[in-house]
Design a protein around this ligand. Sequence first.
Ligand SMILES: [Zn+2]
Length: 44
Amino acid sequence: MSTVEFTCSGCTQRIEVNEEMRETILSVGCPVCTTPATEDDFDE
Ligand SMILES: [Zn+2]
């Protein structure tokens, strides 16, 4: 399973996510602080 690292631009929290979680974060924002996320916040 491939994972990517999400680094929130709002709270700087780093979270390892899979593709499904990535799509969720892109649509609803950071799971910690709800700051909207962009593709640039994911590091493959
Ligand atoms: Zn955040």
